[in-house]
Design a binder for this molecule. Structure first.
Ligand SMILES: NC(=O)c1ccc[n+]([C@@H]2O[C@H](COP(=O)([O-])OP(=O)(O)OC[C@H]3O[C@@H](n4cnc5c(N)ncnc54)[C@H](OP(=O)(O)O)[C@@H]3O)[C@@H](O)[C@H]2O)c1
Length: 316
């Protein structure tokens, strides 16, 4: 099968499209024919060797944590999927292995693709939408009426975080550049702050949750703008930050957290429900065929994508 492989860490030039054996599945796995994958910034962080402590150094390495496609083989111990099912997933295979024509997946990370979404749209969702679900729901303990500051609202995670926060009934102040203000308003933001026009935080600001997809604040500044009971959540580890592990960490008000999470199919199903109800939609920045994976990574590394970057693996 065709797959994008790296043989060593480095720049986008290390990404190579070539033939490798199709994965064999364990009895507890399913084989998915990938129609679309997506690029997340973590992909190029792994590619550059910045995440070796977590994702290992085993080469050849196939990146790609999101996939949407069709089940073509089902392990004998798997009861909840059939050949022909349209699915999407956030892979828990180390660095992912979704930049390929086929990927063997743990069914506990796979959900039925919402019919309303194409494979391209579905591939945009898993990692980028699950991230703010775990952050806002599990660590943020978001409630109706909460005031939320959402920094990076136009990015891959931000577009879903904005919609999630609105669906949970919060008042959302979104931070993005002026050119993306209309987009984030269309996703539900109540107020927009243009980060290119001045300071994001002002004297007297008081938020129940500050959700920082950019890691642009220092801990002291962020926690000084929290309401009683509030928390600061950052997607990028910054000095002094604590790790929050759902089900393990006792959340403390007034603190800052980096949320560690494990993908769960039931949470993807929960998000699928919002898609079916018309309360959540992906925003696509750009699409690239598998052959142009280097350009897709370079686009992500600009840090100016608006929504998600998609890799088309197979034409629908
Ligand atoms: N911890 C986790 O579990 C986890 C999960 C997912 C992602 N992450 C990390 O979170 C970060 C964001 O991921 P992503 O997929 O959302 O990235 P992304 O799609 O590359 O984000 C790009 C967006 O960020 C905006 N932006 C850049 N600088 C900004 C600033 N100072 N203030 C407000 N907006 C700004 C850009 O808007 P303009 O073009 O208008 O500047 C652009 O729309 C990455 O570092 C990623 O690795 C962590």
């Amino acid at each position: 099968m065709r797959a994008v492989v790296i043989d060593e860490f480095g720049s986008s030039s290390k990404l190579e499209l070539r033939d490798i054996p199709r994965p064999a599945i364990d009895p507890g796995q399913i084989l998915v024919e990938v129609h679309a994958a997506s690029v997340n910034p973590i992909d190029w962080k792994i590619r550059e060797g910045m995440m070796a402590m977590r994702y290992g150094e085993e080469f050849p390495m196939v990146l790609g944590l999101d996939a949407a496609g069709v089940v073509v083989e089902v392990g004998e111990a798997v009861g909840n999927f059939n050949v022909g099912d349209a699915v999407y997933a956030r892979s828990d295979n180390g660095p992912g292995r979704c930049y390929a024509e086929y990927v063997a997946l743990n069914p506990a990370t796979v959900a039925a693709k919402p019919e309303a979404l194409s494979y391209v749209e579905a591939a945009a969702m898993p990692l980028a939408a699950l991230t703010p679900l775990y952050g806002l729901r599990d660590c943020g303990q978001i409630r109706v009426g909460d005031r939320i500051l959402l920094i990076g609202a136009s990015g891959g995670v931000g577009i879903f975080a904005t919609q999630l926060a609105k669906n949970f009934g919060a008042h959302v102040t979104a931070v993005c550049s002026g050119r993306n203000a209309d987009l984030v308003r269309s996703l539900g933001a109540d107020e927009v702050i243009d980060y290119t026009a001045g300071d994001v935080l002002r004297d007297g600001d008081c938020y129940d949750i500050i959700y920082d997809a950019i890691g642009s604040l220092d801990l002291e500044t962020a926690t000084a703008s929290l309401a009683d009971g509030g928390v600061y959540l950052t997607l990028v580890p910054i000095p002094g930050i604590d790790f929050f592990i759902p089900g393990e960490t006792q959340r403390e008000a007034g603190k800052g957290y980096f949320v560690a999470w494990t993908p769960q199919a039931r949470d993807l199903e929960f998000l699928s429900g919002w898609v079916r109800e018309g309360k959540m939609r992906p925003v696509i920045d750009s699409e690239y065929p598998l052959e142009q994976i280097r350009a897709a990574h370079e686009r992500s590394q600009t840090l100016h994508a608006v929504g998600k970057i998609i890799i088309r693996v197979r034409d629908d």
